[in-house]
Design a protein around this ligand. Structure first.
Ligand SMILES: Cc1cc2nc3c(=O)[nH]c(=O)nc-3n(C[C@H](O)[C@H](O)[C@H](O)COP(=O)(O)OP(=O)(O)OC[C@H]3O[C@@H](n4cnc5c(N)ncnc54)[C@H](O)[C@@H]3O)c2cc1C
Length: 391
C-alpha cells in the first residue's frame, strides 16, 4: 500500500488527466481541481505522435483517438502563395508512414476528452475551482480552494499549464521562468467559407504563418502565427486588433479569415514561450507538463511530452512507494535533460515556422517539399522529436 496516497492535481488538461489515470492505476487517490467549468473546448489542431502516442497506447486509447482523427481526413497540406498557387506540399500519408503509422492529427479537445473518458469515475474533478493558497508543511500540504474549502493533501501536483497557478504560489511570478521566443499565435474554430468541404491550406509570408483545416460540420480550425515584440495586450478586442494590423494588408484570404475569426465563439491568443526552472519540485509540491517543461506550442510535441512526464512521475512515485523525497528528484533527473535538449531543438525550429523574409519563405517551401527525400526524412523526424522516451 503506497504512502502519501492523497494527491491533489491542479489542472484537468492533457497532463493532469493522464497523471490522474496513472496515479490511480498505481494505488494512489488523486483529486483534480480545474478552473474551467467543463472540458468541452475543442481548442486547436495538434499533431500527436512519439512519447505521448506510446502512453496513449498503454492506456488503451489508440482506437478511440483513431476514430476521432478519422473524422478529419487530412491527406495533404498545400502551402500556397498569395495567388493560391501551390509552392509546397506536405503529404500526410508519407508523414504517417515516416512515423510508422503512430501519428494522429487531432483537435486538442479530442485528446483531452479521450483521456477524460478513462478517468471518469476513478478521480473526482472539481470544476470551476482553483487553489488560492498553498502551504507546504512537514506532514502535508494545506490548500485553500476558490470554492471556500480548506483541505490537506499529502502531495500537490501542478499540471495547470504554461501559466501555472501552483508554480506561482510555490515558486513565484511567471516572468522568472517564461522565455518569450518572439512569436504570438492565435487559433479559433470558424465557419467554412470555401466552396468545398475539404480545405487544408498553409500560407507563409515574411513574419507570418497561417494554416486552415477542415474539421467537419462545415467548420475550419484556423491558426495564425506572427513575429512580434512582446505585446502587453489583453482581451478579445485587442487580440483581434493585433491580428488585423498584421494580416489584413497581406491579401490572400485574410479578409474572410479575419471576418470569421471575429465571429468565432472563442479566440485562443498567447505568446510563444518556453518554461525553464531549475527545480521542478519543492518539498511536497511538484510540477508536470507545460507548467515546468513547456517546449513551445510550435514544437508539435508539448501534449505528447506532457503525457510522457505524467506517466513517468506516477511511475517514480509508485516505485518509491509514495516517498516523494526519492520520487520527485528521480522524475526530474530522468526527464529534465531530455526536455532541455528538445527545448534547444524547438528554439531552432521555431524560426522556420515563421520565416523572416522572402528568402526564408522559399527555404521553408524547399524543406517541406524535401521532407520525405531519403536523408532529409531522418533529419525531419529528429527535428520534430518523434523518438519516444517511453519504455
Ligand atoms: C496552437 C497550439 C498548437 C499546438 N500544437 C501541438 C502539437 O501539434 N502537438 C503537441 O503535442 N502539442 C501541441 N501544442 C502544445 C500542447 O497543447 C500543450 O503542450 C499541452 O496542452 C500541455 O498540456 P498541459 O496539460 O500540461 O497544459 P494545458 O493543456 O495548458 O492544461 C492545463 C489545464 O489546467 C487548467 N488550469 C490552468 N490554470 C489553472 C489553475 N490555476 N487552477 C486549476 N486549473 C487550471 C487549464 O484550464 C487546463 O485545463 C500546441 C499548443 C498550441 C497552443
Amino acid at each position: 500500500m503506497a504512502n502519501n496516497k492523497n494527491i491533489l492535481i491542479s489542472g484537468a488538461g492533457i497532463s493532469g488527466l493522464t497523471l490522474a489515470y496513472w496515479l490511480q492505476k498505481r494505488g494512489f487517490s488523486p483529486t483534480i481541481t480545474e478552473k474551467r467549468p467543463d472540458l468541452i473546448d475543442r481548442g486547436y489542431m495538434i499533431d500527436f505522435y512519439g512519447s505521448g502516442f506510446d502512453v496513449a497506447d498503454k492506456m488503451g486509447l489508440v482506437d478511440a483517438l483513431q476514430a476521432r482523427s478519422d473524422q478529419y481526413q487530412i491527406t495533404e497540406v498545400a502551402f500556397v502563395d498569395n495567388h493560391n498557387q501551390t509552392r509546397a506540399k506536405l503529404d500526410m500519408i508519407k508523414f504517417r508512414n515516416l512515423l510508422n503509422h503512430r501519428y494522429f492529427p487531432l483537435m486538442r479537445g479530442d485528446l483531452e476528452t479521450g483521456i477524460l473518458e478513462k478517468v471518469k469515475g476513478i478521480a473526482p474533478i472539481l470544476f470551476d475551482t482553483t487553489i488560492t493558497s498553498l502551504k507546504n508543511q512537514k506532514d502535508g500540504v494545506n490548500v485553500e480552494l476558490s470554492n471556500g474549502k480548506s483541505e490537506t493533501y499529502d502531495l500537490v501536483i501542478g499540471a495547470d499549464g504554461i501559466h501555472s497557478g501552483v508554480r506561482k504560489l510555490t515558486w513565484g511570478e511567471e516572468n522568472q521562468f517564461s522565455h518569450f521566443l518572439g512569436f504570438y499565435v492565435a487559433c479559433s474554430v470558424i465557419e467554412n467559407f470555401f466552396d468545398t468541404p475539404n480545405v487544408c491550406l498553409g500560407h507563409f509570408e515574411p513574419n507570418v504563418q497561417t494554416t486552415v483545416y477542415s474539421i467537419g460540420e462545415n467548420k475550419l480550425a484556423n491558426f495564425f502565427a506572427f513575429r512580434s515584440e512582446p505585446l502587453n495586450i489583453h482581451g478579445h478586442e485587442a487580440h483581434m486588433q493585433a491580428l488585423t494590423d498584421r494580416f489584413e494588408k497581406l491579401g490572400w484570404i485574410y479578409p474572410q479569415l479575419l471576418n470569421e475569426t471575429q465571429k468565432a465563439d472563442h479566440l485562443f491568443f498567447d505568446a510563444v514561450a518556453q518554461i525553464q526552472l531549475d527545480q521542478w519540485h519543492k518539498e511536497r509540491v511538484v510540477l508536470v507538463g507545460d507548467a515546468c517543461q513547456c517546449l513551445t506550442l510550435l514544437a508539435g510535441q508539448g501534449a505528447s511530452m506532457g503525457m510522457a512526464g505524467a506517466y513517468m512521475l506516477a511511475d517514480e512515485l509508485h516505485k518509491a512507494d509514495g516517498d516523494y523525497k526519492t520520487a520527485f528528484p528521480s522524475y526530474q533527473q530522468k526527464l529534465k535533460p531530455e526536455i532541455e535538449r528538445r527545448q534547444n531543438d524547438a528554439r531552432g525550429l521555431a524560426g522556420s515556422f515563421v520565416p523572416r523574409n522572402k528568402f526564408e519563405v522559399g527555404m521553408t517551401h524547399f524543406f517541406l517539399n524535401a521532407a520525405f527525400v531519403p536523408g532529409f526524412s531522418t533529419l525531419f523526424k529528429n527535428q520534430i522529436g518523434a523518438k519516444s522516451i517511453i519504455k
